[in-house]
Design a protein around this ligand. Sequence first.
Ligand SMILES: Cc1cc2nc3c(=O)[nH]c(=O)nc-3n(C[C@H](O)[C@H](O)[C@H](O)COP(=O)(O)OP(=O)(O)OC[C@H]3O[C@@H](n4cnc5c(N)ncnc54)[C@H](O)[C@@H]3O)c2cc1C
Length: 398
Amino acid sequence: MTTPHALVSGASIAGLSTAFWLGRAGWDVTVVERADAFRDGGQNVDVRGKARDVLDRMGLEDDVRRLSTTEEGTAVLDDRGRAIARFPVEDPDGPTAELEILRGDLARTILEQLPAQVSVRFGTQIEDVRDAGSHVEVTWGQEQTRRYDLLVIAEGVRSRTRDRVFGTAVSKRELGLTMAYGTIPRTPDDDRWWRWYSAPRGRQITLRPDNTGTTRATLACTSRDNLADLPLDDARAALRATFADAGWQAGRVVDGFAASPDVYVDHLTQIMMPAWSRGRVCVTGDAAWCVTPLGGGGTSLAMIGGYVLAAYLTRAAPGGYADALARYEQWMRPLIDDTQKLPPGTPSLFYPESRAGVRALRLVARIGSTAPLRRLTSRISHVARTDQELPEMHRAGS
Ligand SMILES: Cc1cc2nc3c(=O)[nH]c(=O)nc-3n(C[C@H](O)[C@H](O)[C@H](O)COP(=O)(O)OP(=O)(O)OC[C@H]3O[C@@H](n4cnc5c(N)ncnc54)[C@H](O)[C@@H]3O)c2cc1C
């Protein structure tokens, strides 16, 4: 029997997780990544719900714990930066999860444990895809066309290959919220809490600890303009103007972003697709179902998606991938639908326009942080949970 060969496009959480599991099951896997080298950047992400089981099955839980950002909880601040509501990490499903890690650390941890039959090629991307029925022909690299049993697109929310293959079947729902992430110098009064500060006109500043002695900052603002499409210096200038009178540590963060090497700007967009596969091509992770940080758990869902996809594929009869892809979708769909359903009024509910709206938000946080209501509040971060059992993986030789 010949060994199946998959091409995975995108070397971040979704692509590397899929490659990890397919490789472990004995498939040959080639991963192509557009960036010239491994992308180490990114801020704090968490591993929650079923992704904890996936991490455990990967045997990587201890590594992730060692790289923990050691965040102690989440605090909502008043105008003067004093905590008025606290959600400690001990709360099940609170905003701070038990396993918090920098995105780059998590991706590198998986990359370093890839089985030998997985090869990763940086600085290259797919130019053409042709589904020939019995195989898929993909052109990448030096214009060479190669044959694969399956193409997995894991290129993130703005995936070019997904758009090329699935065209108008891809719906993009912009949520009207820009988020900019960056790393700034730590100051002595930075604690180990994720601090949330809201200002009128839909603005929010957050600061989080990391494991490298710096502070991870986020600036979020409601806007129709897509700052993510601007050259980075223009986006920084727009953020400086927007946050000029936001108060608290706005000046420090804006100045810090001017010098930060890893500022990452995202205009939050949900991806919706009626089907995640077509013939021998499938999508996974943000490319398939981006839930955005408003839904939460995008990294956990990418890890679960990689596992579930690989589990069904490796159990399929050779060439019988259509059924496996349908089962992957059936398993993942309820989780994604649940996470993409946002409360009515999002994002303005959480990013109010008026000063009265900010006061109301803080009141809700304060009441929600009291002992009797904390469990209810924590349902907001209740993602990647399901009663479904993970499908078992077919291992090479078993
Ligand atoms: C550098 C970086 C920093 C991030 N920082 C944060 C953050 O701070 N907070 C947060 O919540 N989320 C962040 N994210 C997004 C987060 O990783 C995802 O939401 C989540 O983990 C799901 O991952 P994914 O693998 O589906 O997509 P992504 O993590 O977006 O990965 C997609 C990968 O595909 C590659 N790629 C894109 N187009 C092509 C192409 N045409 N050919 C080949 N490769 C391609 C990208 O370079 C990237 O490596 C970041 C992603 C990246 C890549």
